[in-house]
Design a protein around this ligand. Structure first.
Ligand SMILES: Cc1ncc(COP(=O)(O)O)c(C=O)c1O
Length: 470
């Protein structure tokens, strides 16, 4: 029982902690650690190409010295639900990890580790060539067949990264004069591929099929000679939502366009037998071009393009830069992905997806119960909308202190003013970890919002720091 005499001491301690926290916030505001955004530094101008980017360095210094630079953290060890993390400035913490991409927890599965070891001893650590030269191995050839069967299609082109698959597919298939209709929230690899293709690019409102129809109609009313690629994702990586794939595919047929769907985040982790959003929507084997990354569910770097068209595979072989001019997937990577596909298609895969969904459902319920807005639909990605970048930077700092790790995302990952916490759940999280994560996140958001409102009241005329070029 707490004695009467202890009360004032406890109050003093919490008053001290509150004052210390206010001092910390004021110091951050003075240094401009919460001001600015990456958009200000994206297109530097001036004759000296190296000096003109100095302003970014001073912005980084202000943020990093106050523990609100969220990028380039490192894991000490494997990406498990409990992990040790080090931030860029060297601060270390061990806690609950919602910041790694290993949706079915296959990276720590004994069969996967054994497959990696076997391939390492069998075939060595690297592929020793581009896939177009002598970079293929027995493992990569088997992987092509297994992936074709998972996707109910016939031709697979492998890439060393998912980024390369997206960029390579678009730049190889689309020519200047062609058209691209791309969802406004498509991943950077797709958008950068679209820009690099020098096609005419138009952006459709997120998931808006009627808008896609309008854009396709406008393009075809003036150009029946050139190709059109419609680009979307099976599950959007920052929003956790899916487009109406049957409707988009029908539209593409109607307007003589081709549909490309990036399934990086859903293949393996969602859908019957791990068939992703495409399987969920009854579209297996019916999408023109499917591309994806192995880096979220298949425990490996790497990417692919899957089609029923031999010509597409042949064309990518010669004209997709990251396929031809980059070393192929290593045999270890190919063996790991192959083993993952086996698990994903088995009963064990069903169980792992059920575990993942249980964690996701609990996390979304607990966060929503604290008034937080979880965007999109249940998937391994749980995006928690914060909006204001200052609040989300403070939340990120508090979470790191409390040993709950999430990715705090702001521009250029998402639009300005739409910052969010992106949690990525795994099958092997347990309910205690999910409950602790949800509680700490709820408290951190409330604390950050209160602190900034109080700081605003203390300094009503404060002006944001500008970080101009030196
Ligand atoms: C939707 C989407 N496509 C492609 C990629 C690129 O994949 P990778 O990181 O494996 O190269 C990512 C990765 O973040 C992604 O989220």
């Amino acid at each position: 029982m707490i004695s009467q005499a202890q009360d004032p001491v406890e109050r003093d301690e919490s008053a001290d902690a509150q004052q210390e926290w206010e001092r910390e916030i004021d110091a951050m505001l003075d240094a401009g650690a919460l001001d600015g955004n990456a958009a200000q530094f994206a297109q530097p101008r001036g004759a000296d190409l190296m000096r003109r980017i100095d302003a970014l360095e001073s912005w980084h210094a202000a943020r990093s010295s106050h523990g609100v630079w969220q990028y380039s953290r490192a894991l000490d060890g494997a990406p498990h639900p409990i992990a040790s993390i080090r931030d860029e400035a060297g601060a270390a913490a061990r806690g609950v990890n919602f910041a790694s991409q290993d949706y079915l927890s296959l990276a720590s599965h004994p069969a996967i580790l054994e497959a990696a070891e076997r391939a390492l001893h069998d075939a060595g650590p690297h592929s020793a060539g581009s896939a177009v030269l002598l970079g293929n191995t027995e493992y990569s050839l088997r992987l092509e067949r297994a992936l074709a069967s998972l996707l109910a299609t016939s031709h697979i082109t492998l890439f060393p990264t998912g980024w390369g698959a997206a960029f390579g597919a678009i730049t190889a298939l689309v020519q200047p004069g062609d058209h691209i209709v791309i969802d406004q929230f498509a991943h950077a690899s797709l958008r950068q591929g679209a820009s690099a293709s020098r096609a005419n690019v138009v952006v459709n409102r997120h998931l808006d099929v009627a808008h896609v129809r309008e854009l396709l109609g406008a393009i075809r009313s003036r150009d029946s000679d050139n190709g059109i690629l419609v680009v979307t994702e099976g599950l959007f990586s920052m929003d956790s939502d899916s487009p109406d794939l049957p409707a988009l595919q029908v539209l593409c047929h109607e307007y003589g366009a081709t549909l490309l769907v990036d399934v990086a985040h859903d293949l393996g982790a969602l859908g019957p037998g791990g068939s992703g959003a495409i399987g969920n929507q009854g579209m297996l084997g019916k999408i023109d071009i499917v591309m994806g990354a192995f880096s979220k569910t298949f425990s490996s770097n790497g990417g692919f393009v899957a089609t029923a068209s031999r010509s597409v595979k042949r064309h990518l072989q010669l004209f997709a830069g990251p396929h031809m001019f980059s070393n192929a997937l290593s045999p270890v990577q190919a063996a790991v992905i192959l083993e993952c596909i086996g698990i994903i298609q088995s009963n064990e895969g069903d169980d792992l997806r059920a575990d993942l969904l249980r964690n996701v459902t609990l996390m979304r319920e607990l966060l929503a119960g604290q008034g937080l807005h979880c965007m999109g639909e249940p998937s391994a990605i749980v995006p928690v909308l914060i909006g204001d970048e200052q609040v989300s930077r403070l939340v990120g700092k508090l979470l790191f202190r409390q040993s709950v790790f999430v990715n705090q995302v702001e521009f250029p990952g998402v639009p300005l003013g739409a910052s969010r916490l992106r949690l990525q759940l795994m099958a092997n999280h347990n309910s205690q970890q999910v409950k602790r994560g949800a509680q700490v996140i709820g408290e951190a958001v409330a604390r950050a919002q209160d602190a900034l409102a109080a700081a605003q009241a203390r300094h009503p005329t404060r002006k944001a720091q500008q970080f101009g070029t030196r």
